[in-house]
Design a protein around this ligand. Structure first.
Ligand code: I3S
Length: 125
């Protein structure tokens, strides 16, 4: 399992745990439901897993994972949409809105930069 994971990580830029909640589905407001999520930035996608185990299991079985397509997405810091600290929002081209958060300042800063860089690089293609 560990080897499969490592081999597939070659194509991935970043992975780790963030708190996540979806707040809008194609413009329709949703009730917030924060949960700790295993997030993987893989090429032009941000994928969401329950934990690292689920990532490995899905890779082995070919099960499709929940993901955000970063083409045409927007990312911004937000202070208004949650009482939590270190919250940023991703809005997809289709109008889905997600909040991502971590108590760890550096973790959130890194995720924000790497996602923003990915979005920017996709915009120029
Ligand atoms: O924007 P809100 O409604 O203050 O978000 C809070 C709610 O989602 C709350 O759930 P209930 O509506 O079931 O009480 C969550 O427990 C809180 O975490 C949400 O606020 P924060 O500030 O954590 O995003």
């Amino acid at each position: 399992d560990n080897l499969i994971h490592k081999v597939l990580l070659v194509n991935q830029n970043k992975e780790g745990i963030l708190n996540k909640t979806k707040i809008s589905d194609r413009g329709k407001k949703l009730r917030k439901n924060w949960s700790a999520t295993y997030v993987v930035l893989c090429k032009e996608r941000l994928e969401f897993y329950k934990d690292a185990k689920e990532l490995t299991a899905n890779l082995k079985s070919g099960t499709k994972s929940e993901y955000i397509d970063l083409h045409g997405a927007q990312i911004e810091w937000t202070n208004e949409k949650s009482s939590r600290k270190n919250v940023f929002q991703i809005t997809t081209e289709s109008g889905n809105e997600f909040l991502l958060q971590s108590e760890a300042d550096i973790t959130v800063q890194e995720w924000f930069s790497v996602i923003r860089n990915t979005i920017d690089s996709l915009g120029t293609v």
